[in-house]
Design a protein around this ligand. Structure first.
Ligand code: HSE
Length: 396
């Protein structure tokens, strides 16, 4: 079976490398000979695979009946969406590392795959090299998952670690993350939280069976976190991480949010540093389950793409149980559907404004549980008398 790799960037080049170097193992795991059949890119990569497998024209791949799997590593919606859609419609399986595409078009592509007896798999789209998607939809399918909390972006976790543990400055840390192949082409997707937002949207849709749209999820990045926030938090026994969360509420709707969060140092998530990601699952049957590993970078992400290629080659036709649908009405419960405590810091003692808050250092307090609207009312009041320095939810 031929594999066509679309895009020879960071992830795609890693996929080609593993496909050629580990070919025997991959073929034996798949139960058939699997080979790198095509590399599609806008310009021919300097590589050792031979120019006869390079193409700029997707129709070469589509018309070759020996191609069983298309591995999309281009990123973005177009042309990735059109390529995958037409491959699936021809009964070829597709695997992807493209979180934007899966978050936006997952339900539609899964349905096309099902209709054409093909697979659409995306292990590499969330958590880089962590085996996460497959365990969630197979091993934990009936576990009664109620909550997902994750450090889902390697770049921001790397930046936060370098800045606050090793004193690097922001642009130096970001530039390192880019050199290491962690950051998106436009790194604002990492820093502003959009990448983590797309990933939690995928996990929520996968686990609860209905699309949660990224555009509905309140999303805040790391751009307002200061060294003073981190120092104060650390002195009080907390770490600050960019956290993506989704919970199923009693009414079946989903509360989700992406934001920096204060994490108690005794939580396993507090120890997740550098490019590592971790996803903490709460389920009725299992209690807490933790997934941990490298969340970005060429080889970890390529390894997950390869795992999907093997799965597709092994089964050839639809493996069936991974599926979700676009709902008739939104599954998002609204940003005020959940109350939580907040770490608030100002340049003055505001304890008179909120006497029930718990003082944790000079001008820093933990509020009682508040909704998004309630905390905004409070911070507006604080801002009337002085400068608000931080407002960060406490993860409990
Ligand atoms: N830019 C992403 C990250 C790549 O840093 O996590 C992996 O999805």
């Amino acid at each position: 079976m031929k594999i066509a790799v679309l895009g020879h960037g960071t992830v795609g080049s890693g996929v080609c490398k593993i496909l050629s170097e580990e070919n025997n193992k991959i073929s034996s795991a798949a139960g058939k000979t699997v080979e790198l059949g095509y590399i599609l890119d806008i310009k021919e990569p300097e590589n050792k695979y031979g120019s006869e497998i390079f193409t700029k024209d997707f129709s070469d791949i589509l018309s070759d009946d020996e191609v069983g799997v298309v591995a999309e590593c281009i990123g973005g919606i177009e042309p990735a969406y059109s390529y995958i859609k037409s491959a699936l419609e021809k009964g070829k399986s597709a695997v992807t590392s493209n979180k934007e595409l899966v978050a936006e078009k997952g339900a539609e592509l899964l349905s096309i795959a099902r209709a054409h007896n093909a697979n659409f798999l995306f292990e590499a789209s969330v958590g880089g090299g962590i085996p996460l998607i497959r365990p969630l939809y197979s091993s934990m399918n009936a576990a009664g998952i109620t909550g997902i909390s994750g450090i889902l972006n390697g770049t921001t976790n790397y930046i936060l670690t370098k800045m606050f543990r090793f004193g690097a400055d922001y642009s130096e840390a970001l530039s390192d993350a880019q050199k290491l192949g962690y950051a998106e082409r436009d790194p604002s997707a990492d820093v502003l939280g959009w990448d983590a937002c797309r990933k939690i949207a995928i996990l929520s849709s996968l686990v609860w069976g209905k699309t949660l749209k990224p555009s509905e999820i309140p999303t805040e990045g790391i751009e307002n976190i200061s060294a003073d926030d981190v120092k104060t938090a650390e002195q009080c026994g907390f770490s600050i991480k960019l956290l993506a969360r989704a919970k199923q509420l009693e009414n079946g709707k989903i509360f989700a949010k992406v934001s920096p969060a204060l994490i108690k140092n005794n939580s396993p998530l507090a120890a997740v540093n550098d490019v590592f990601n971790a996803v903490l699952i709460n389920a009725k049957t299992t209690g807490e389950v933790l997934f941990y590993g490298k969340g970005a970078g060429k080889m970890p992400t390529a390894s997950s793409v390869i795992a999907d290629i093997i799965e597709c080659a092994k089964t050839e036709n639809n493996i069936g149980n991974i599926y979700w649908e676009d709902p008739e009405e939104s599954v998002f419960a609204g940003s005020d559907s959940f109350a939580e405590r907040y770490f608030i810091r100002a340049d003055y003692d505001f304890s008179k404004i909120i006497p029930e808050a718990e003082r944790i250092s000079a001008n820093a307090f933990l509020t009682p549980a508040l909704t998004e609207t309630e905390v905004s009312v409070l911070t507006d009041k604080i801002s009337e008398h002085g400068k608000l320095l931080s407002k960060i939810p406490l993860f409990e």
